[in-house]
Design a protein around this ligand. Structure first.
Ligand SMILES: [Zn+2]
Length: 1036
């Protein structure tokens, strides 16, 4: 995978959250794991390593131990924390000097087999032999990282062994390079008469990646702003340069970069450090001697005057108003990220400048109405040796570029003069407090991503973790000098000559030109081939195909057994009580570090049909338009100051026992520090009772941003859109899901964003409010510490009494509604007082599933293909068999067929809770051929050509997802939303264990074959002659 640092990394930092459901968490002093780690002495030698530093980091509930490896100089950081979800990562500084994508191709190729584990593709195979909670590899601009996490100690050792061998002793076979990197091959490898074309996983992945205009912009921004060294090239690979890479160069790059002297090891969690050190030393590091590494990135020479560049991109994927598709941004070079306190200050300063409707750049740029949203990578970017700040707009008219530039300059002057309001600074510091307390389930992963860049440039990762120190220092600076921040703005933005203006506009011939350049490159390659070369290419193509089709022996790999899986799952306790008369409230006591999580679900059953398509829009703007006496700016300020976020989203919830039954509603979710609960509940009361729908201008701004975000998301989520569409006609819920989240919704939003008069849409919002924002059909949930529950109960009661009911009784729009109690739990205490959650489900007894095939035309050079099959609901015993079957088909058939042979970035099968079985491909050069592969996969499943070992592997893989850790904030949600009890989940668990070869072939035959169940098909992608000729396809 190629990670565009700027985007994912940012999320990682923002996701700096805590991590585990254990009763010790809020009593950090009694924490044994941290205490034990504090016993290490500086200078102590353990298994070839020396301890350099031991630091307690109480704000993150951990102890940091820094070590170095004596013989090789490898660096090591261990974070001891009372968290079962242990993580390992190794990162190498990879600083390429060309755009052949060598670090990216290497990242893929090392995972194709190693000395101790020579079987093909051990990485993908381990996905099925482990209970890992995360396994991946990323190529960033200047490092490559291999992380995994698991809760099982034996599994940790197994995975560590495979990761060490892969990175330090990979086979790097020529055929692996061909498969993963690039190759020339006949379009049909077995027919030498078909033309030679470029193939390869990375080649196609990068072609797909650059259909995303935001990525093109981000990539160019970094290339142009830091032009002197590694940041001037594309680490992931430019599709036109990738074919210059040779196998020799790849091996050379490995020898110089994947050496312990250039490596940083990271471990996190509650497992013993000594065990990790021993294994890493014995299996890898003891076999190396120190080398002088030359991978460092030199400082970027500052410019003496600003620079300006223009680039082009493909047209908007939905071909909207062509006159407003230009992007422009201004970026400034900032100090090195290893200067942690300056980086902390500038990061905060950037948030003050651009986040939320009260920030100066939001007011001036977003509210100018000139564009649809900020330009990509807006704000602070700390993923390169020197950080940078960027600000600008996308979706503007070309003629407005100059105006935007002037507005940016003027805003900087304005901020230097006026500074920031104290309240906004407080709100930001409050946000950091919440980020430290809120616990996610992947805390180790968030931490390793958070420190990766700074550590990569030899900064101190421990200093970076000591957020408390940085906060204190920041507050002190601010106190001593009230103009502290203004002076920074002047220094880094006003008086900074290292300033880049980058603009990008679409070119309707962009993809055509790209294709043409690719064709030329191909011609040039092919014309230099001798007859002999061509023969070899043909032979190698056959060899690769033969190897891909060969039955594989993975017995060299370590594996957990099905017997290593916990036979029973832990049950979650909660109480249910009625509030305000008859509203059920679920209370789940959890170690939440002093956070309170409040949710409420309100039914959409009475909402008139014609308003349904506007529900997602209603949800996305409801907490952003103002309420009561607060205008939208004041409201945003209060939300930031008092809560960790208040969000609203539409939901279509399946029923566990009938496919034609579902629940429709809206979920309101929020979190806050305990001390702020009354304020947060007051905000909800005002939002429910007095939401403001008058601010037409601001509404327009929000609509444009939402529409832009949806259309920018298509390249990343195309497979989901294809699946929503393909299942639209299979169940009544599928139709609603498509309305809420599918391509129909994307197009509707685009249309609204382009309306000159938006009033008719705005007027729909108060109408939706009438049906939704009352407690007629509502249920609530609270997750908090046990000590906080009494207070929470009082607040919820208050809220419900204030919200009240609708004045007149409203009838459900659909005639058939059934009331269904959520399944209780004898182990929990749900029935002590006889209270239950009652769900009001919609039934459609006349519904007939039918087949539909849709092709959405998009100007991308890749496809997203989805085929959906209507099967059975969750409570049907066949559901468990189909669940295992989907995993089995992905791992044992579709992966080879669609990724390895077909060259798609990904592909597989999955079974959802709602009973829809989906086959899909992601960034796929093929479309019709992929549908044929789906058919072959089904035939393969029916034939039963898989072993007991294959089935066990599929079970492990399914259980690693089912047993993934759940954050304290999310405990009990399966009951609250889906009405599932832990007993039902345990029964399902037992069905999964019991799945046999027989059951798998039975369900394959019973549901998947043509004529057995209804199928739906959808493709997103470029024009396609075969589909155009076939009248059974709807082309849109
Ligand atoms: Zn990749």
């Amino acid at each position: 995978m190629w990670r565009w640092g700027g985007r994912r990394g940012l999320r990682a930092v923002h996701g700096l959250h805590g991590g585990r459901a254990h009763h010790k968490v809020w009593r950090w002093k009694s924490d044994q794991v941290c205490e034990r780690a504090l016993q290490y002495k500086v200078g102590e030698k353990i298994h070839g390593f020396t301890i350099n530093q031991v630091t307690s980091v109480p704000e993150l509930f951990l102890t940091a131990v820094k070590l170095s490896h004596d013989n090789t100089g490898a660096r090591y950081l261990h974070l001891a924390r009372e968290d079962k979800n242990n993580l390992f990562s190794v990162q190498f500084r990879t600083t390429p000097m060309d755009s052949t994508g060598v670090p990216h191709v290497l990242e893929h190729t090392v995972l194709c087999g190693s000395q101790k584990y020579p079987c093909r593709d051990p990485f993908f195979k381990m996905l099925n032999r482990s209970l890992s909670t995360f396994m991946n590899a990323f190529t960033a601009s200047d490092y490559t990282m291999y992380p995994f996490s698991t809760q099982n100690a034996k599994d940790f050792q197994n995975l560590l062994s495979v990761y060490l061998d892969a990175t330090f002793f990979p086979c790097l076979r020529e055929l692996d390079f061909w498969q993963e990197g690039w190759r020339l091959e006949h379009e049909n490898p077995s027919d030498p008469q078909t033309p030679l074309i470029f193939k390869g996983v990375v080649f196609n992945e990068m072609k797909g990646a650059f259909t995303d205009n935001e990525r093109i912009f981000s990539q160019k921004l970094q290339n142009k702003l830091l032009p002197d060294h590694t940041y001037s090239v594309v680490s992931g690979g430019d599709p036109l340069c990738i074919p210059e890479l040779t196998w020799e160069q790849l091996k050379q790059f490995h020898a110089t970069h994947y050496h312990p002297s250039n490596a940083r090891f990271f471990t996190y969690g509650n497992f013993h450090l000594e065990q990790h050190l021993k294994q890493i030393h014995e299996e890898a590091l003891s076999k190396f001697q120190k080398i002088e590494q030359s991978t460092a990135v030199p400082a970027q020479k500052p410019w003496d005057k600003p620079r300006e560049f223009h680039i082009t991109c493909g047209p908007d994927s939905l071909a909207a108003d062509a006159s407003k598709q230009t992007t422009v941004s201004i970026s400034f070079l900032l100090p090195e990220i290893t200067n942690t306190s300056e980086a902390f200050t500038l990061n905060l300063l950037s948030s003050l400048l651009i986040s939320g409707p009260n920030s100066p750049f939001y007011k001036v740029l977003i509210e100018s109405g000139l564009g649809t949203d900020f330009s990509p990578d807006v704000g602070y970017n700390g993923y390169t040796r020197e950080a940078y700040f960027s600000v600008g707009l996308q979706g503007i008219a070309e003629k407005d570029v100059q105006i935007v530039k002037e507005l940016i300059d003027r805003t900087i002057d304005d901020v230097i003069e006026k500074g920031f309001e104290d309240d906004r600074i407080e709100a930001l510091l409050h946000k950091i407090e919440i980020q430290m307390k809120h616990q996610s389930t992947s805390f180790g992963l968030a931490l390793t991503s958070y420190i990766a860049s700074c550590w990569n440039h030899d900064g101190d990762p421990v200093k970076l973790l000591q957020i408390g120190n940085q906060l204190n220092k920041f507050r002190k600076c601010l106190k001593e000098n009230p103009k502290f921040l203004q002076e920074k703005v002047e220094q880094y933005f006003k008086n900074n000559q290292h300033k880049l203006t980058l603009s990008m506009k679409p070119d309707n011939k962009y993809y055509e030109k790209q294709t043409q350049m690719e064709t030329e490159k191909l011609k040039q390659k092919v014309s230099s081939l001798s007859q002999e070369d061509k023969w070899q290419i043909y032979e190698k193509g056959l060899e690769l195909r033969a190897q891909q089709s060969k039955p594989q022996d993975a017995s060299c790999l370590p594996a957990l057994k099905v017997s290593d899986i916990e036979p029973t799952m832990p049950f979650t306790k909660f109480d249910i009580a009625l509030a305000a008369g008859d509203v059920p409230v679920q209370y789940c006591a959890q170690p939440t570090n002093g956070m309170v999580y409040f949710r409420t679900f309100s039914s959409l059953n009475t909402l008139p049909e014609e308003l349904r398509p506007y529900v997602p829009l209603f949800c996305s703007v409801l907490t952003k338009l103002g309420c009561g006496i607060l205008d939208y700016r004041e409201q945003a300020q209060q939300i930031e100051l008092k809560t960790g976020g208040m969000t609203v989203s539409p939901y279509v919830l399946p029923d566990e026992s009938h496919l034609d039954t579902y629940e429709q509603g809206v979920l309101f979710s929020s979190l806050c520090l305990e001390r702020n609960l009354p304020d947060m509940m007051h905000l909800w009361t005002e939002i429910f009772n007095n939401p403001c729908f008058e601010e037409e201008e601001h509404f327009k701004v929000l609509v444009k941003m939402a529409a832009q975000e949806l259309s920018n998301g298509i390249p990343d989520s195309g497979h989901l859109y294809a699946a929503f569409r393909a299942s639209k006609t299979l169940t009544p819920a599928g139709d609603l899901q498509e309305t809420f989240s599918g391509m129909d919704q994307v197009r509707l939003m685009k249309r609204i964003a382009e309306m000159t008069d938006i009033k008719p849409i705005l007027r729909k919002l108060p109408r939706i409010k009438k049906y939704l924002l009352n407690c007629d059909n509502m249920r609530c949930s609270v997750n908090a510490t046990p000590q906080q529950m009494t207070q929470a109960e009082k607040e919820v009661e208050n809220f419900l009494r204030n919200v009240g009911r609708s004045k007149k009784e409203r009838k459900p729009v659909r005639p058939h509604i059934v009331e269904k109690p959520a399944h209780g739990d004898s182990a929990g205490s749900a029935h002590v007082n006889g209270c239950q959650i009652i769900r009001k489900l919609v039934i459609d007894p006349t519904f007939k599933p039918c087949q539909m095939k849709t092709h959405f035309l998009l100007p991308f050079p890749v496809n997203y293909v989805g085929e959906c099959v209507r099967t059975v609901p969750y409570a049907d015993p066949d559901h468990a068999s189909l669940k295992i079957l989907a995993r089995l088909m992905s791992a044992k058939f579709l992966h080879a067929e669609i990724r390895e042979k077909g060259g798609a970035y990904g592909g597989g099968a999955k079974l959802s809770h709602n009973g829809i079985f989906t086959l899909y491909s992601y960034r796929d050069p093929n479309s019709v051929e992929t549908l044929q592969s789906f058919g072959k996969a089904i035939d393969w499943a029916k034939s039963g050509k898989f072993t007991e070992q294959d089935i066990d592997e599929a079970k492990l893989s399914v259980f690693s997802a089912i047993d993934a850790p759940v954050a304290p904030s999310d405990k009990g949600m399966d009951h609250f939303l889906y009405g599932l009890s832990d007993e039902m989940k345990q029964a399902y668990r037992e069905q999964l264990f019991a799945v046999s070869h027989d059951k798998l072939t039975t369900v394959s035959n019973k549901y998947l074959g043509i004529g057995k169940s209804t199928h739906g098909l959808a493709i997103l992608g470029p024009e396609n002659a075969k589909i155009a000729k076939d009248p059974s396809w709807i082309v849109r």
